[in-house]
Design a protein around this ligand. Structure first.
Ligand code: DGL
Length: 272
């Protein structure tokens, strides 16, 4: 038995953890941010896969039976290989889940025009994961993507709401809406982006919905635990959260407060 593992390249996964704790407060969570090696968004498949696998193994070694990749880039580039290639050899009774499929499953129901925009890292966009997954669940949907390579570095460095930060965001939004003016639903396909949701909502045309994933993924985890009681009983329930970071713990504790309403006292670890 153990806590539910939550992994991200850095701080973004905290926006998902927030929603897990609101919906499923009884469980224990172990959060791991690979801050020392973030951002993942511009890294190659092989590197994202290698780093994500190391993180998953670490969370398993620390007792997690279930790990959520609360990172779209890792979900896009590493999840399938880990599930199919690695998990059977590591421990066939453990599970790793991602954030793209649960989002793709429901997103069609948010749109009236059937035209959906995806904002994500370059890695997620190039993987085409959203296009493929939304295609399974809403085959009629027209999906248009925009890579936003500057956003994660801006957010991690607290520059996202500076004038130049806003200019980058504005430019990417304009470019997405120029590619398809019929878009009425924009998915924030990176777990860092809820931090700029309010700003995006202030600059997009009226009637356009901007959707972040936290609540959707939390609902999907709740459903998963209900449908898999054998796994649910292995998740410990004391309502605790433990934070691990591969960078300085002081820095993590300070910056985490931007993403989560919690006093954070993290532990530094090294992944290999
Ligand atoms: N938060 C991660 C995501 O959802 C990516 C950030 C990064 O580039 O490391 O894609």
């Amino acid at each position: 038995m153990g806590p539910i593992g939550v992994f991200d390249s850095g701080y973004g996964g905290l926006t998902i953890l927030n929603e897990f704790r609101k919906k499923l407060p009884e469980y224990d969570y172990l959060y791991l941010g690979d801050n020392a090696r973030a951002p993942y968004g511009t890294r190659s498949y092989d590197v994202v896969y290698e780093y994500t696998l190391q993180a998953v193994k670490e969370l398993f070694d620390r007792g997690c039976e279930l790990v959520i990749l609360a990172c779209n880039t890792a979900s896009a580039k590493a999840l399938r290989s880990i599930q199919q290639r690695d998990l059977p050899g590591i421990d066939p009774n453990k599970r790793v889940l991602g954030v793209i499929r649960p989002s793709a499953e429901v997103i069609g129901s948010f749109s009236h025009t059937g035209h959906i925009g995806i904002l994500a890292t370059k890695g997620t966009v190039n993987s085409e994961s959203y296009v493929i997954e939304i295609g399974h669940f809403s085959p009629e949907a027209v999906v248009t993507q925009q890579a936003c390579p500057m956003w994660v570095p801006l957010i991690e460095n607290h520059e996202h709401l500076s004038d130049s930060g806003k200019a980058f965001i504005q430019k990417d939004i304009t470019s997405l809406l120029e590619k398809d003016p019929e878009i009425d639903t924009i998915v924030l396909g990176c777990t860092h982006y809820p931090l700029v949701q309010e700003y995006i909502e202030s600059i997009v045309p009226n009637g356009l919905s901007v959707i972040s994933q936290g609540e959707i993924v939390a609902k999907s985890l709740q459903d998963y635990l209900e449908r898999h009681p054998w796994m649910e009983t292995k998740c410990t329930k004391q309502g605790t959260v433990t934070y691990l970071t591969t960078e300085s713990k002081e820095e993590f504790d300070r910056n985490a407060s931007q993403f989560i309403q919690d006093e954070v006292h993290s532990e530094h670890i090294t992944l290999k």
